[in-house]
Design a protein around this ligand. Structure first.
Ligand code: AQP
Length: 336
């Protein structure tokens, strides 16, 4: 491995098919960052079970997320790719952080409120302390930077609060105060059916999202059916304010084409959505098609993927075990 000074950690839950949101908000940025940071990428299966997962499906979904990372361009020779449950330190440090984080902090987490919905009494305790586990994921490796989508910003702030409180409580500067890296033109990709809701793997509507496993026709159909409004496309990005669905499609177009949303508004401004959607469908297929194909090929190579995850977890343990040992010392756990 190359000798980097700064380390990134980031993860994806194997809670369904990878979406365009996961790709643009996270994985695509990781591909670029792996060249300049020591990189640790995790399939966060412990997070996934905070809501019900069928065990047989979870195993294959874990492989599929790993395959999606590799097919997108993450290099398993240069980066660490593993699934969280193979490194017990995540759960162990999360317990310590459950004792550092305050109830008041967790009560403010909007993701818990959104996911638990009205049925909060029936939500798992794991869903409530999810952000403590996320802090553990990051700090178990003393990661200096975490590339995530906009939706994870609040959890990242909590990670910083936990690191700060741990350091203050124990009179140390042991944990770094991790910086978020929220990059690109589509840091929050919204549902294709509702421009105010995040595009999500677990949205019950298949038409709300583009999956990395979707074929060409499915992508084209979902984009054609994507909700818009009756106004023509605005000539400036500012002109799309208050039109969340149109703005979302514009941001997706910009991110996929590596262009500024402003320039695309100038190009399509004044027209209806038909030609724009046709071009966006073509663009999506040209960017995602090769990834989908490679992902499918890799998903058939279960032994290869399992080996990468095994080797990745061994490398992850080599980094994390001494850090966890130091934490035990700092906290005052007797080690014989
Ligand atoms: N819609 C999105 N736009 C931009 N970034 C996104 N991410 C997720 N959705 C979007 C980013 O993808 C990374 C992995 O996310 P995750 O799988 O750990 O959990 P999530 O954010 O809860 O994603 P989903 O798809 O909504 O999963 P479910 O439905 O299971 O909850 C993160 O960096 C995230 O920011």
């Amino acid at each position: 491995m190359t000798d980097f000074k700064q380390r990134i950690f980031s993860g994806v839950q194997p809670s369904g098919n990878l979406t365009l949101g996961n790709y643009l908000g996270a994985i695509r940025n990781w591909v670029t960052l792996q060249k300049t940071y020591e990189s640790i990428f995790c399939v966060v299966d412990l997070h996934a079970i905070t809501v019900w997962q069928d065990p047989a499906i979870l195993r294959d979904a874990t492989r599929e997320v790993a395959a999606g990372m590799i097919a997108s361009g993450i290099d398993p020779k240069e980066c660490i790719i593993f699934n969280q449950s193979q490194v017990p330190g995540h759960a162990e440090l999360a317990w310590i952080f459950n004792c550092v984080a305050r109830m008041g902090w967790l009560n403010r987490m909007t993701q818990f409120k959104e996911k638990a919905g009205k049925n909060r009494e029936r939500a798992s305790v794991g869903l409530y302390v999810y952000p403590d586990l996320m802090a553990a994921d990051i700090l178990l490796y003393k990661a200096t930077h975490v590339p995530v989508g906009e939706d994870q910003k609040q959890h990242l702030e909590l990670t910083r609060d936990i690191a700060q409180k741990f350091n203050n409580d124990y009179g140390t500067d042991f944990f770094p105060i991790t910086e978020p890296l929220i990059l690109g033109e589509a840091t929050r990709v919204m549902s294709l059916r509702d421009g105010n809701a995040k595009m999500s793997k677990s949205d019950p509507s298949e038409n709300s999202r583009i999956n990395l496993t979707d074929d060409r026709d499915t992508i084209a159909r979902k984009i054609r059916k994507a909700k818009t409004d009756s106004e023509p496309i605005a000539t400036t990005l500012e002109g799309l304010e208050g039109r969340p669905e149109a703005k979302n499609l514009m941001n997706i177009f910009a991110a996929l084409s590596d262009r500024r949303a402003e320039d695309i508004c100038a190009e399509y401004g004044g027209q209806g959505f038909a030609a724009f959607k046709r071009d966006l469908a073509e663009l999506s297929v040209s960017v995602l098609g090769p990834i989908t194909e490679e992902m499918k090929r890799l998903c058939d190579e279960k032994t290869y993927i399992d080996q990468i995850l095994k080797e990745g977890s061994e490398k992850a343990r080599i980094i994390s075990e001494p850090i966890l040992k130091d934490v035990h010392n700092i906290v005052g756990f007797l080690q014989s």
